[in-house]
Design a protein around this ligand. Sequence first.
Ligand SMILES: Nc1ncnc2c1ncn2[C@@H]1O[C@H](COP(=O)(O)OP(=O)(O)O)[C@@H](O)[C@H]1O
Ligand SMILES: [Mg+2]
Length: 366
Amino acid sequence: SGAEAHERERFGRLTWDYFKAFIRTERFRALSHPLTETMSALGTVVILWYGTRLVLAGGALSAEEFIVFLAFSMKLYSPVKYLGKLPAIIQPGIVASERVFEFLDAPIEVQDRDGPRTFEGVREGIVFDNVSFHYREGEPVLDGISFEAPAGSVTALVGPSGAGKTTLMDLLGRFYDTTGGRILVDGIPLQEYSMTSLRHGLGIVSQETVLFHDTVRSNIAYGLPGPISDEDLEAAARAAHAHEFVSRMPKGYDTVVGERGTQLSGGQRQRIAIARAILRDPPILVLDEATSSLDSESERLVQDAVGRLLEGRTVFVIAHRLSTIQRADRILVMEAGRVIQRGSHDDLLQEGGLYRHLHDLQFQAT
Ligand SMILES: Nc1ncnc2c1ncn2[C@@H]1O[C@H](COP(=O)(O)OP(=O)(O)O)[C@@H](O)[C@H]1O
Ligand SMILES: [Mg+2]
């Protein structure tokens, strides 16, 4: 999901920061040790030379006083050397404490209530009732979103990047809970359903399809509780237009993807993800369409597979493709956390405004 991708990216960034800090302090540590050692050795030489001269010249310094001074100055070196090491000790501490505070600041995880219901499907529809959400207090990301998605319908979310489309869908999967308003499935608030049953009933086909370094078979069957028969697997792959290219691979469904020579194209990865979703057969489907366009043959196959995936489900699609948008029962145009336009494709084109603008930009309407 979007949240997971976001977390992954954030984790990657923090790890990189830590790595850089680590290298910096290691370099400093590696340099500072010989440096302080050399300095203290030089210091001793200077003191010995100057002190001996004073003692031998007579009067200015007695031999005993010089020995005492020498002993104390030696004692001074180790705290000074320690000071030199201080940054190397403190820096990782600062990085670590930043991470601790980030963890403490993170919103409380979504939890099941006592005796939750099991989500089994959508009979009437899903209602977003004045839904608001913020990740951080005072920075609203969604602001009073209301609409109804009848069971079996397709709702398209359209809008510029950062409008809150992915966040709205994350709320539907209860990756976060709404901070205002409610989401109801057949009149029952989402919080009443157990997380496990809800996540089970909600399929997500996202922009960044994650394939594991594993066989095509395992990648398609990923996340399913029981063993899958070859027939079911193949049927899903066929419906997703994946069977043809998979069976052309050296070991068919047993080919390990990601290995040299079996890199999959974007369109092929998407079709594997669609096969995965078809096999899971979730009553609610969230489709986060890829922004990047595929070659026209892949595009046609992906669109056709998506068409089959939509059938008989309550679908929400973050839509970038005209063909998907035209197929939607309703289009919500989002901007800065609000729904600013809604209707059918034709109505919205008539209406002008942001939809018309986005449409013209994206599809170079003639
Ligand atoms: N996990 C997160 N923590 C904090 N802010 C986030 C997070 N995810 C998204 N946002 C912010 O929420 C806003 C909406 O983002 P998003 O839902 O991804 O929009 P869209 O999918 O329409 O591009 C953006 O301003 C984004 O920076
Ligand atoms: Mg998004």
